[in-house]
Design a binder for this molecule. Structure first.
Ligand code: KG4
Length: 340
């Protein structure tokens, strides 16, 4: 039997719809929202309005691109949370309506679980590079920095989390300090390629266990730039590549340090990375080098599935469908929603 899952993602500022057939991707359509660029961050009210405009055309395009009709869809999966409540309401209301109108199961998905399970999206039946259970997942996005023990598709345990800012936020907020547009992560990644990562030292946190903290780095970055500008008013323009390379290097050091501790303590030699920051080329290289040096299998998701997308919601929906885990019509979205 072919199970066609329609996935809907609307947790932040991307409206996305995807169709998967038995876990194999058929379409993944994403509408980005340029409206936020002028404000240096996502404006929640503008995001939910844009989702309302985008949701029907995006779903329509995803079903057509998959070569299907609405009545070919077996079940509809949507992001329940975490995210912006107004944005989540648009996707969840649409999914409820679609499920009701077509009389098909409704499946609620945790957005973070979706990021982790992005590793199981197949581009064709024969795709095999999937992490084996149990594995450690470094989940790094704009809202989260976590180390998770993934025991099965739907069983996950968070062993470390950020106590303040997320890694993506550190990239974005520091980018703002040096006048780069939002989101700063991809730009810093690009500019870092031509810089010296050891040229400007920034402070690193000392936190117990597997938890992360990035607020100290943000302050250290702000003060360092402010002090250097006092000596040279063109410091940012003259040292942009070095600033980006040093910041990126410090963020990667912080992330890898705790990941290494988790690998050592748990003895788990399967490691995956997920979330928007996993698109970072420096982090990808650091993980691959680490894997080679320590005999750890590293799994890096395909670039298209690192940032927010509905294919990861559809794959999670697929595994929940196989277990018969369906939602009722009275389900409500959650701004905060833990993976475990
Ligand atoms: O997972 P995501 O799309 O949204 C959330 O659920 O948060 O992650 C967005 C975050 C942003 O902070 C963005 O700056 C960061 O991912 N990001 C990157 C890169 N691409 C996206 N950070 C560093 N390097 C990149 N190449």
């Amino acid at each position: 039997m072919t199970i066609n899952i329609l996935g809907i993602e609307s947790s932040c500022d991307d409206t996305s719809a995807a169709v998967l057939s038995n876990g194999v991707i058929k379409s993944n359509v994403i509408a980005n929202q340029d409206v936020h660029k002028a404000y240096g961050g996502v404006v929640p009210e503008l995001a939910s309005r844009a989702h309302q405009q985008n949701i029907i055309p995006v779903v329509d395009a995803a079903i057509k691109k998959a070569g299907m009709f609405a009545n070919d869809i077996t079940a509809v999966a949507f992001t329940r949370g975490p995210g912006l409540l107004g944005s989540l309401l648009v996707g969840s209301s649409f999914a409820k309506g679609f499920s009701l109108a077509r009389n098909i199961p409704l499946i609620d998905v945790n957005h973070l679980q979706g990021h982790v399970l992005a590793h199981y999206i197949k581009e064709e039946e024969s795709d095999i590079d999937q992490p084996e259970f149990p594995f450690l997942c470094l989940l790094v996005s704009g809202g989260n920095s976590q180390i998770i023990i993934v025991k099965s598709h739907l069983e996950m345990e968070v062993i470390g989390t950020t106590i303040d800012d997320a890694a993506g936020e550190a990239f974005d907020k520091c980018a703002k300090v040096i006048n780069l547009p939002y989101p700063g992560g991809p730009l810093i990644d690009k500019l870092a390629k031509d810089g010296d990562p050891l040229s400007i030292p920034f402070s690193k946190p000392r936190i117990q266990g597997y938890n992360y903290s990035f607020s100290g780095l943000k302050t250290s970055f702000l003060y360092t730039i402010r002090d250097r500008i006092k000596e040279d008013e063109d410091f940012i323009q003259n040292n942009l590549n070095n600033i980006c390379a040093s910041l990126q290097y410090t963020i990667i050091e912080i992330l890898m340090n705790k990941l290494n501790k988790a690998v050592k303590d748990t003895g788990i030699k399967e490691v995956a990375v997920a979330g928007g920051v996993s698109a970072n080329s420096g982090l990808r290289s650091a993980l691959l080098e680490y894997g080679k040096a320590k005999g750890v299998n590293i799994h890096i998701p395909k670039f298209a599935y690192t940032t927010d997308n509905a294919a990861m919601i559809a794959i999670t929906g697929y595994y929940k469908y196989l277990k018969g885990e369906f939602a009722k019509q009275d389900i409500v979205p959650l701004a905060r929603f833990s993976i475990d």
